[in-house]
Design a protein around this ligand. Structure first.
Ligand SMILES: [Zn+2]
Length: 222
């Protein structure tokens, strides 16, 4: 009797894990169908649960966030997957974003573009982010562009923004009181957040988003 029960138990467990696997495969297929680059998300270390969260704004994504020279022979910008690397300014913390560096390290030169349509939700100085602007896309993604050297115009909270619109110039502001510059090499820090039940600002890794947009946008120009 005990043997039989054990046998039944093994069969049930086996089925449960098999069903789990099939379900997981189906949901990955669905994500693929909806445009999520599952493979590059996996290699960037994004969990399946998080992959679903990108769906909120996936259709809003239109534009790589920095513009470079037309017909540039080689990549003008570089960025790496630095998700959750340690950072120390303002106390030990994890990097919640992706940094895009111009290879010639120019500041106050390269336009920063809005990746999506949206509404200006936050604007102004932050000790950590310098001159930053936060845009909420129609699907609910919050796109945070930091360390700008200047703004393209006098934006106000509530202003409407179009994808590809110039927000400001890439810079090196932040890590101090308003106006602080030059504490690190010029770069755009890009953060992407969504609101969930548990967390008002749930951070998602922008790296696979940047890869996705860069592959689709061959010419950078200004
Ligand atoms: Zn950063």
């Amino acid at each position: 009797m005990l043997k039989r029960l054990l046998f039944l138990c093994v069969i049930l467990c086996f089925n449960a894990s098999l069903i789990g696997e099939i379900k997981e495969k189906a949901s990955l297929d669905e994500l693929r169908q909806r445009g999520i680059p599952v493979k590059s998300m996996e290699s960037a270390g994004v969990s399946r649960e998080d992959m679903e969260k990108y769906l909120f704004f996936w259709e809003d994504l239109k534009c790589f966030p920095v513009a470079g020279q037309m017909n540039a022979k080689s990549a003008t910008f570089s960025y790496e997957n630095s998700w959750h690397e340690k950072r120390y300014y303002g106390g030990e913390r994890f990097h919640e974003g992706c940094d895009i560096f111009p290879e010639d390290a120019k500041t106050d030169y390269y336009p920063v573009l809005s990746m999506t349509d949206g509404i200006v939700e936050k604007i102004g100085w932050l000790p950590l982010g310098g001159y930053r602007i936060g845009i909420r896309s129609p699907g609910g993604g919050y796109f945070y562009y930091a360390h700008l050297s200047s703004y393209a115009e006098k934006f106000c909270e509530g202003d409407e923004i179009k994808a590809g619109e110039v927000l400001g110039l890439l810079g090196d502001t932040g890590y101090g009181a308003e106006g602080t510059r030059g504490k690190f090499p010029p770069h755009l820090h890009l953060g992407i957040y969504i609101s969930t039940k548990e967390k008002q600002e749930y951070p998602l890794n922008p790296y696979p988003v940047l890869q996705f947009l860069q592959e689709r946008q061959k010419n950078f120009f200004y």
